[in-house]
Design a binder for this molecule. Structure first.
Ligand code: GLA
Length: 383
């Protein structure tokens, strides 16, 4: 990760607290394919990236905790005796949420100081929140010798998001951020939490992210609504999760569902199939087949699961019309954030320029383009 950012965070910590911190890198993630399948106990295909959160943590001498969000230049002090969700608390809820979830499990920590900063643009759909939660839980685990496994840590991070932030997210982001491997993507079974790792060997193709720089309102409510629909259909089908549903089963209850609910459940069934197919395509080095799956996934996200937006659709349409792009789709929870594109290496510059110009013209705003490397999950670092 960014060495300049690491130095900045460590310096801020030392200036403020006059002690030497433990330093953590906790990455964000991309997802090749498989959206909203994680909370259906299905399949996803994420990878940790070389952008994320840098955290510096150490025990406090005072009887309370102090946390500094370096990028925002905001400071928050809190007592360990009064942990609860904070209304409009934003980043604060990720930190106190982790502490609260530890306490819920009977795990007590002592006062600590924490400074963090990141190089993931907020709202880009690259999971800065999971990276932050993981950095806190990993840091506390080290600092107080809690002996939590990585699996326990990501469950705590996820629950912090459910109970303090109010998003009933799946496990993909926390898993990818914690278990990421350098140069590899993780095809994760969200039921068993077992992943098969794949090198991303696309030879002539490059992964390019395009950020719409929009994040539409009510994203959290829309997200929870999608989860409710999935749970409703699963219940009707008498299965615990849509992971266990087939198209034939779904068709047998079609008359009890609205067209909208039917399409959403169908999307989940098909998206799970696509993730598994994507793994096979990579094994067979069938790059074009892999790319086609991405376009199909976007179609499903746009028309069936309805988690896209006009800016994302525009970027994917442009990608589809460009012969040098073999696959593209919206990435993450939806309603804004980034698209992921697989672009012929020699055409990357031309495509970047072309799409930036067209996006500016269509929406009177800029898109941002990122190239990322696949990286190691949350870890301590010698700064
Ligand atoms: C968000 C959630 C994840 C996952 C994705 C959509 O990133 O945090 O758990 O559901 O959306 O795939």
């Amino acid at each position: 990760m960014n060495p300049k950012l690491t130095t900045e965070i460590v310096t801020r910590f030392q200036d403020k607290f006059k002690t030497q911190p433990l330093v953590l890198h906790s990455p964000g993630r991309i997802n090749l394919i498989g959206e909203h399948t994680d909370y259906n106990e299905g399949f996803v295909f994420p990878a940790a990236i070389n952008k994320g959160i840098v955290g510096a943590i150490q025990k406090a001498e005072k009887p309370y905790c102090t946390v500094i969000a370096n990028d925002l230049d905001e400071e928050y002090e809190f007592s360990l005796n009064t942990i609860k969700p904070i209304a409009n608390g934003q980043w604060r809820n990720f930190v106190v949420g982790v502490v609260g979830e530890l306490q819920k499990r009977g795990i007590e920590v002592e006062p600590f100081n924490f400074v963090f900063g990141g190089d993931i643009p907020k709202g880009a759909g690259l999971s800065s929140s999971a990276a932050l939660e993981n950095s806190v839980v990993f840091g506390l685990n080290e600092l107080f010798g809690l002996e939590l496994s990585k699996k326990e840590m990501i469950e705590i991070s996820q629950k912090a998001e459910h109970n303090y932030v109010g998003v009933r997210c799946g496990i993909m982001d926390q898993y990818a951020s914690m278990f990421g491997e350098k140069d590899r993507a993780l095809l994760l079974d969200c039921r068993t939490l077992k992943a098969k790792t794949y090198p991303l060997e696309f030879e002539d193709y490059q992964v390019m992210l395009i950020n719409t720089n929009v994040s539409h309102n009510l994203v959290d409510a829309e997200y929870n609504d999608r989860r409710d629909v999935c749970e409703k259909v699963a219940k009707l089908l008498n299965v615990n999760f849509l992971r266990d549903a087939t198209k034939a089963m779904l068709n047998s209850v079609k008359h009890q569902l609205s067209e909208d609910e039917y399409q959403k459940a169908l999307y989940i069934i098909q998206e799970n199939e696509r993730v598994l197919k994507a793994g096979k395509m990579l094994e067979e080095k069938n790059v074009l087949g892999f790319g086609k799956l991405l376009f199909e996934a976007h179609y499903g996200a746009q028309h069936q699961f309805k988690i896209s937006c006009k800016e994302l659709d525009f970027l994917v349409d442009e990608a589809r019309n460009n012969p040098h792009v073999i696959g593209a789709r919206m990435m993450g929870g939806g309603f804004g954030g980034c698209t992921i594109n697989f672009v012929k290496a020699e055409a990357v510059n031309a495509f970047s320029e072309d799409i930036s110009k067209k996006y500016r013209k269509a929406f009177k705003r800029e898109c941002s383009i990122y190239f990322v490397e696949l990286s190691q999950g949350t870890h301590l670092t010698n700064n």
